[in-house]
Each structure stands twice: as structure tokens, then as C-alpha cells.
Design a protein around this ligand. Structure first.
Ligand SMILES: C[S@@+](CC[C@H](N)C(=O)[O-])C[C@H]1O[C@@H](n2cnc3c(N)ncnc32)[C@H](O)[C@@H]1O
Length: 347
């Protein structure tokens, strides 16, 4: 497969603070490996518009995040350009050098799964931490819905062994390859688990010996229609599990390219976790926020795959950062009982 860089326009990506400058002469499109071109995960599957209807897709081919946007005149070229941009963002990992050793993700990867299906209702047990991290006492960063995992691998590489990174992803093939990438890169501080994070976060983290210091939930599947909003990953059970394990001063960073989804994550976090989590101080600074209060920049300095694709298409990214306070965690049921007890004392 041969692509000509001349067909790829120069692109400056910006999304309320994210800037990625991609020049076609930097893009080694000529002779791009065929295996890599077909080796695409969910975010790229979306961007490549391979399937926007059918099982698992909710028939959602809209301008709000699923399906092809702006590539109608020459969809193949545009999608290819976007995929190259994403590859460029993660170039520092050098994954192209590992492709023969690591292989692809196999042919049958669902583009979206329904996390409410019976097969996803089984809690994932924790791994033997000493088998997956060189030092399991290190601070832990969990990325929920990590897809291909390159965001996690980049953070892990940059941290130089100071923090452990755990990617949770419901689609097993992506996890398998992400772990092969991690092994190929000899990263002993990055690991990936197959999990329905909404129901499994508490069981996975129950035995982690170190402190949970960071959780990211970035561009989760939007599940637009009212009847399927209960498939969204951020539900009260997930927020409670985060609040229970996150150490004081720990952070939760969420973002979406869909305003309604970002609003909903913020609402869910404040409704179920407002006792323990507050918006970070940056949200009070007009130079760091949009007028609507969304952070202009990611605090982590690494864009995700979906974010790169969205920004390339001129979409905004809505970001919010929460900080854990020192209040002891009590599950919602216990808090309600406490409140009832206080009322009866007053009476
Ligand atoms: C739109 S992708 C975004 C991936 C990545 N965070 C990014 O920003 O590029 C959302 C990912 O979350 C995964 N996912 C959806 N529901 C999940 C759940 N309940 N638990 C774990 N992963 C989930 C999907 O399979 C998909 O890979």
C-alpha cells in the first residue's frame, strides 16, 4: 500500500488548549506498513468509519463523535491522515519497531460493546501485583477505557518508573496487544487488564499495596440515546470505588469531545462523590479555563487517541479535574443512615 504525502494537507490541531502541529513532510506515509494500516482499534475504527451502524453501535453515525466527520469527499485519505496524526503523537514509543514482534489485534474486534451484557457482569479479580509491576508499592494511576493503551504507555515511559500505570479496557484484544507492547518496551510500570471498570474497579484495587493517586476517564463512549445512557462507564458505583481508594490529594481527570457526556461525568462525580471530590483550583482561574469552566489544557500533557482525532476534526475537548479531600470514605448507604440518625436525635 503506497500513500503520497502530497495528498496530506498540513494540519494544526487545537482543541480548547490542545495544540498538535502535524506537517505532511513529517509524515512517513510513503510505504507505511500495510500491517499497521489495518491494525486499528476503536478510536481509529470510529475515525475510519468502518462501522457506524449495526450491533453495538446504537446506529450512532452522528456529528457528535461517532462516524466520519468531514471526510465525505475523500474519506479514505482523510481517515488515513488522521491515523497518521495519532501515530505521530505516540511516535516517542517507537512501536513501529516492535510491530513484527508484537503483531496486530486480530480481525474481530468489536467497535463498541454493550457493557450491560451478561458476559461483562463478572467482576475482574486483581492481578498478582508483584507479577505485573516491578514495584507494586508505587503510586498508581488508573486509566479507565484505555482502548489501545498508547496514552498509558506514553505516561509510563515518561514517568521513568516513578508511578505505576494500569489501563482498564473492556475489549480483550486491545488489552492483549497493549500488554505485548508494554513487554516489548520493557516497561515494568505499565499493565493492562480486561475489565468492565464500572463494576470491577473496587475489586481490582482492593489488594493494590500502594496509594491510588490518579484516575483518568478520557473520551468515554458517549452512548447518546436516552435508553442506552446506562451503558456509560461513569456510574455511581464507579465514582464510589474511586472515592474509596483515592488518597487525599489524589486526582480524577475526565474529558470528552461531547459536551453532554462531559457534563454528565461532572454531574455523576459531584452527585455520588461530592463529599470527597471537588473541582481543582485551576477551575477558578480564568486564564486556565473556558468561560464555561472547562480546563483549557490537559494536566497530563499527553493527548489520547480519541482526543487527537476529535481535535483534528475541529471539535472542542471539555476537561475537568477533581481533587480528593481528606474526609474518610463512607458508602452512600452509611451516609444516609448517619443523616437519619442525626435527624432522629434532633426530634
Ligand atoms: C471512545 S474510546 C476512548 C479511548 C481512550 N480513552 C481515548 O481517549 O482515546 C472508549 C473506550 O472505553 C472502552 N470501554 C467502554 N465501556 C467500558 C467499561 N465499562 N469498562 C472498561 N472499558 C470500557 C471502550 O471499549 C473503548 O475502548
Amino acid at each position: 500500500m503506497t500513500f503520497h504525502t502530497a495528498a496530506l494537507p498540513a494540519a494544526t490541531l487545537s482543541g480548547q488548549g490542545t495544540r498538535l502541529d502535524v506537517q505532511p513532510d513529517l509524515v512517513a506515509a510513503e510505504g507505511f506498513p500495510e500491517a499497521a494500516a489495518s491494525d486499528i482499534g476503536e478510536a481509529e475504527v470510529d475515525m475510519h468509519g468502518v462501522k457506524t451502524r449495526g450491533e453495538g453501535s446504537e446506529g450512532a453515525s452522528t456529528s457528535r463523535g461517532f462516524g466520519d466527520k468531514g471526510g465525505k469527499s475523500n474519506p479514505g485519505a482523510l481517515r488515513f491522515r488522521e491515523r497518521i496524526m495519532i501515530d505521530r503523537v505516540f511516535e516517542e514509543l517507537g512501536l513501529d519497531k516492535l510491530s513484527a514482534q508484537v503483531g496486530g489485534i486480530g480481525k474481530k474486534v468489536r467497535h463498541h460493546v454493550n457493557p450491560l451484557r451478561a458476559e461483562f457482569q463478572v467482576k475482574t479479580p486483581p492481578p498478582v501485583w508483584a507479577d505485573v509491576f516491578a514495584d507494586p508499592s508505587l503510586p498508581l494511576h488508573v486509566d479507565i477505557g484505555c482502548a489501545q493503551g498508547r496514552f498509558v504507555l506514553t505516561l509510563a515511559k515518561r514517568s521513568e518508573g516513578a508511578t505505576n500505570f494500569l489501563g482498564l479496557e473492556i475489549r480483550s484484544q486491545l488489552v492483549e496487544r497493549a500488554n505485548r507492547w508494554s513487554a516489548g518496551l520493557e516497561l515494568r510500570n505499565a499493565h493492562f487488564l480486561v475489565a468492565n471498570a464500572t463494576i470491577s474497579l473496587d475489586s481490582i484495587l482492593a489488594t493494590y499495596p500502594g496509594p491510588l493517586t490518579y484516575v483518568t476517564i478520557l473520551c468515554p463512549d458517549p452512548h447518546f440515546k436516552n435508553r442506552v445512557k446506562n451503558r456509560r462507564v461513569v456510574q455511581p458505583s464507579l465514582v464510589e470505588a474511586i472515592c474509596q481508594k483515592l488518597v487525599p490529594g489524589g486526582k480524577v481527570f475526565v474529558q470528552s469531545d461531547v459536551l453532554e457526556v462531559a457534563d454528565d461525568m461532572k454531574y455523576q462525580i459531584q452527585a455520588a462523590g461530592g463529599t470527597w471530590l471537588s473541582l481543582a483550583g485551576e477551575h477558578a482561574r480564568t486564564d486556565q479555563c473556558t468561560p464555561q469552566g472547562w480546563l483549557l489544557e490537559s494536566p497530563l500533557g499527553v493527548p489520547t487517541e480519541r482526543e487527537t482525532f476529535a481535535v483534528a476534526n475541529g471539535e472542542s475537548i471539555y476537561r475537568a479535574l477533581f481533587v480528593r479531600n481528606e474526609r474518610e470514605f463512607r458508602c452512600i448507604g452509611d451516609l444516609e443512615k448517619d443523616a437519619e440518625g442525626q435527624k432522629s436525635q434532633v426530634v
